[in-house]
Write a protein that binds this ligand. Structure first.
Ligand code: CP3
Length: 358
């Protein structure tokens, strides 16, 4: 039986660890040749998400190659709008699209809140299967998109750089947008609680586009709804000691470095930070911090990767509560050897700052 590695869960609860845990956003994905092969065999990405065997296999692929400290269930944030009936599809090389984007208040009024046990049962099945396959080797992360980030895709009809449509609604019809965000917050909370029940051991909320908002709008249209979700999550009780049954929640707003104090006030257990943030300036031992290597450092040579990793570990210093990660998802043309170097460097160098268990 393999060793049970829980340093990721311990770090999330700001408990001592033997070395800094690491996982990578988008760790299962196209930079892995075995992922590309699996996707070719499956036909397309959503078929992989909806088939628990394939989703489980994709989740486990990066763990076979690298000494990562957590698995994240292979799925997508857009499963919720898909379950709401918007018709998600992916066009080769173009990212996500919706057949029926949200155009009006009447579209919003017609949206119903998906029952995660039926419309999203495939995600719960994938989580249960993956927990079984992992046998406790590393913890499994469940996730969802923030209401704001989901709404950007639902209103823009796909990816956007300018967010013109949703911002037009924000300034001209704010109550319609609030209605949508409220429905999404309720849907996400139900979905995440179902993931916890199915076996997710920590939860991460991706607010990939919160950074597109003004300070005021961020608080009103993004953070408020993540706060609501955090309050509705069935996390259990957190005490002074480490508890393996507690479900920590991480909030990640890309571009949210100026708002970290506000994010912490939601009562989340950890904040995800992108590479614009200096970790030495953040409060330690209160909430855990996840991040924050610029993913493009992985295009550099061994010495460059080691040097930049060392800088981040030094910036964080000898405290509890650091989960090493990239500042955003790994790029699809990242060399595999770079990931090996990164994982190895984080574990080796961070031993100097730790002498805890796990
Ligand atoms: O991290 C993991 O390994 C778990 C799986 C995961 C995926 N998407 C798989 C995926 C997670 C956690 C996500 C989250 C996600 N999805 C986010 C938030 C994180 C972020 O990157 O900001 C967002 C915004 C999405 C929406 C989405 N899904 C986009 C914009 C795209 C296309 C992007 C691209 O790089 O082409 C996807 C597709 C997607 N989701 C892929 C994967 C592996 C690529 C699909 C493929 O072509 O095989």
């Amino acid at each position: 039986m393999q060793r049970q590695n829980d340093r990721y869960l311990r770090a999330l609860q700001c408990q001592p660890v033997d070395c800094t845990p690491i996982w990578m956003m988008r760790q299962a994905g196209r930079y892995l040749p075995e992922y590309r092969q699996l996707r070719t065999e499956a036909g397309d990405f959503m078929t992989m998400c909806k088939n628990p065997d394939l989703a489980c296999e994709a989740t486990l692929q990066p763990l076979r190659r690298f000494d990562l400290d957590a698995a994240i269930i292979f799925s997508d944030i857009l499963t919720i709008p898909d379950a709401m009936g918007l018709g998600l599809y992916f066009e080769q090389g173009e990212g996500p699209k919706f057949k029926k984007p949200i155009k009006s208040l009447s579209d919003i009024n017609q949206l119903s809140i998906p029952d995660p046990q039926t419309a999203l049962a495939y995600v719960m099945d994938a989580i249960r299967l993956t927990r079984k396959e992992l046998q406790g080797r590393v913890p499994l992360i469940g996730f969802a998109g923030s209401p704001w980030t989901l709404a950007t895709y639902m209103i823009e009809g796909g990816s956007s750089k300018t967010f013109t449509k949703i911002k037009k609604m924000l300034y001209s019809e704010p109550s319609s947008l609030h209605l949508l965000l409220d429905k999404l917050a309720e849907s996400v909370a139900l979905y995440l609680n179902a993931q916890i029940e199915a076996g997710a051991q920590s939860i991460m909320i991706f607010d990939s586009w919160g950074g597109a908002l003004s300070h005021r709008s961020y608080l009103e249209f993004s953070l408020q709804y993540m706060h609501k979700i955090v309050s509705l999550l069935k996390r259990g009780t957190r005490g002074q000691e480490y508890s393996k049954n507690y479900i920590p929640v991480t909030l990640f707003t890309k571009g949210g470095g100026l708002w970290l104090d506000n994010i912490i006030q939601t009562g989340c257990d950890a904040i995800g930070v992108d590479w614009t943030v200096d970790l030495s300036l953040l409060p330690k031992d209160k909430v855990a911090i996840q991040g924050n290597l610029d993913p493009t450092v992985l295009y550099g040579d061994r010495a460059t990767i080691q040097h930049n990793t060392d800088l981040i570990l030094k910036e964080f210093g000898p405290h509890n509560g650091h989960i090493f990660n990239l500042g955003h998802g790994i790029n699809q043309d990242t060399p595999i050897e770079s990931v090996e170097i990164l994982v190895d460097t984080v574990h080796k160098l961070s031993k100097r700052d730790h002498n805890g268990e796990s």
